[in-house]
Design a protein around this ligand. Structure first.
Ligand SMILES: Nc1ncnc2c1ncn2[C@@H]1O[C@H](COP(=O)(O)OP(=O)(O)OP(=O)(O)O)[C@@H](O)[C@H]1O
Length: 281
């Protein structure tokens, strides 16, 4: 199939529509280096929206500010300029109720068993123990971990430990899930399977998902929209709609549009990565 004939819809990165779940307006982050006191412009200004219930992935060259952006949306850090809103309320200073974050590094607590790891956030939020048990049992069953409820992280594989972290987020019944390269430390097969689990979870919960990933394949397979960022200080240079059905699976890789989306994103990412490496496109 001729790639040029494949229709890829371009989305407007700045328009704020009524069904926006998260909006970021002209957001930037400047860090002050503690050693030298120098300012370091890490991100933006960047404007975008996350639509209610969509699966949105972010790709971009190394160091462009992807994790910084996710931290800002999560309320883990405050923007230097601009504003972020979640469900109409400005995000500042703390993770809003209804938001869960999953990081790349194994964030399971080695001294807690799988059940207690999954229950951790819900207990901290003061949910009644009966409800916690019901939610944790459901999350562990969903993640295929029911038989390991009494196991400790050291007895699990890396993929299982990451499933525990996703189960912990799931127990919070988040309306927005923010995932920072959650499968980056896993082997390719486990990574693919975890992507499928994440899609199932997204469908089952109706939550909005923002996924930071280094994998173009992962972004194209999983997402409704894919935002490609420029070299640092990052902003979105392109936001694409994949047009996949909600009940998609690995068969999307066979769709002729799959290759077109991959090549388009790689073309942009290559240029930006060369800029980031300082070698020019
Ligand atoms: N707390 C901080 N203080 C100073 N600089 C920081 C801080 N956090 C991040 N940076 C810098 O900001 C830039 C963006 O970092 P960030 O981790 O957001 O990039 P990234 O796109 O997620 O990178 P990667 O793809 O390599 O994980 C980097 O140059 C990083 O060194």
């Amino acid at each position: 199939m001729n790639m040029a004939s494949v229709n890829i819809t371009e989305a407007d990165p700045v328009a704020v529509r009524p069904r926006a779940h998260v909006t970021a307006e002209e957001v930037s982050k400047v860090f002050t280096r503690p050693d030298t006191g120098e300012s370091f412009h890490a991100l933006g200004p960047v404007s975008f929206e996350l639509r209610q219930g969509e699966f949105f992935s972010v790709v971009g060259p190394s160091g462009c500010g992807k994790s910084t952006l996710l931290d800002l949306v999560a309320g883990l850090s405050a923007p230097t300029d601009g504003r972020i809103h979640f469900e109409g309320n400005e995000v500042k200073g703390q993770v809003p109720e209804g938001v869960a974050v999953v990081f790349q590094e194994d964030a399971s607590f080695p001294w807690l068993n799988v059940f207690d790891n999954a229950a951790f956030g819900a207990r901290r939020n003061g949910l009644p123990e009966v409800e916690i048990k019901e939610r944790v049992d459901h999350a562990l069953a969903f993640m295929g971990l029911s038989d390991f409820a009494k196991s400790y992280p050291a007895q699990l594989s890396g993929g299982m430990r990451q499933r525990v972290c996703i189960a912990r987020a799931m127990v919070l019944r988040p309306r927005l899930m923010l995932l920072d390269e959650p499968f980056g430390a896993l082997d390719q097969q486990t990574r693919l399977l975890m992507g499928e689990e994440l899609l199932k979870l997204w469908r089952a919960t109706d939550s909005t998902v923002m996924l930071i990933t280094h994998s173009i394949d992962e972004a194209v397979l999983l997402s409704d929209r894919i935002g490609t960022m420029s070299a640092r200080p990052g902003h979105f240079i392109d936001i694409l709609e994949t047009g996949w059905r909600r009940d998609r699976g690995s068969e999307t890789a066979m769709d002729p549009k799959y290759g077109a989306l991959q090549s388009r994103i790689w073309g942009m990412l290559r240029n930006e990565s060369l800029k980031a490496l300082g070698v020019g496109a």
